[in-house]
Design a protein around this ligand. Structure first.
Ligand code: 5GP
Length: 183
């Protein structure tokens, strides 16, 4: 893999995550929230974000099929999606969402297919509120009209790794968010 280029530093991430935590704390003052992390990419974001939210909270995790191991980071692997653009559930949440304040925590909002699917799935569980926290957003790639409620950074159409995001399962442990250069 060619050299990775830092796009967002660990200091910038920490500052923004703390701002998002303050927003959530304010918006849900006096209430409890359930953070539902989308595996695996959101694990690091969830753990940092949840510690910046000064509210009674619980964690849960949900798994969906993803791009998997792309042949190249700039080539989409279609096998994760069926022909209608549906996403496959690989792990459901463990607790009831009924009448709860649910915050779905995702690493990146790209085409919007994953979060549109998850929103529909979780809305059927009748939560009191359902919000989306996405660390990154690539608005230029959107195929379905969906916006995050708490968005860290809007980024251009580049393939990024680090801070939980992988390429073929690697680089999740990088502290900064980096761009994989196009060959
Ligand atoms: P969407 O369903 O919005 O198209 O895509 C969401 C998923 O695609 C993310 O959760 C993530 O797994 C993957 N994805 C989209 N863009 C990137 C990227 O730049 N880097 C990495 N590592 N994954 C991405």
């Amino acid at each position: 893999m060619a050299d990775l280029k830092v796009l967002i530093t660990r200091a910038e991430i920490a500052k923004r995550v703390s701002e998002l935590g303050a927003d959530i704390t304010r918006d849900f003052a006096g209430q409890s929230v359930i953070f539902v992390g989308v595996l695996k990419g959101a694990a690091i974001f969830l753990s940092d974000l949840a510690r910046q939210v000064k509210l009674d909270s619980t964690f849960d995790f949900i798994g969906v099929s993803s791009y998997g191991n792309r042949p190249s980071p700039h080539q989409e692997l279609k096998s994760g999606w069926d022909s209608t653009g549906e996403v496959r559930l690989t792990k459901d949440v463990d607790q009831s969402m009924k009448d709860k304040n649910v915050i779905v925590v995702e690493d990146i909002l790209d085409t919007g297919l994953t979060l549109t699917y998850l929103k529909k799935l979780l809305m059927a569980r009748q939560p009191r509120t359902l919000k989306i926290a996405a660390l990154l957003d690539k608005p230029s790639r959107r195929k379905l009209p969906l916006e995050g409620d708490y968005v860290g950074f809007k980024i251009p159409d580049e393939f990024v790794v680090g801070y939980g995001l992988d390429y073929a399962e690697r680089y999740r442990n990088l502290a900064d968010i980096c761009v994989v250069p196009r060959e």
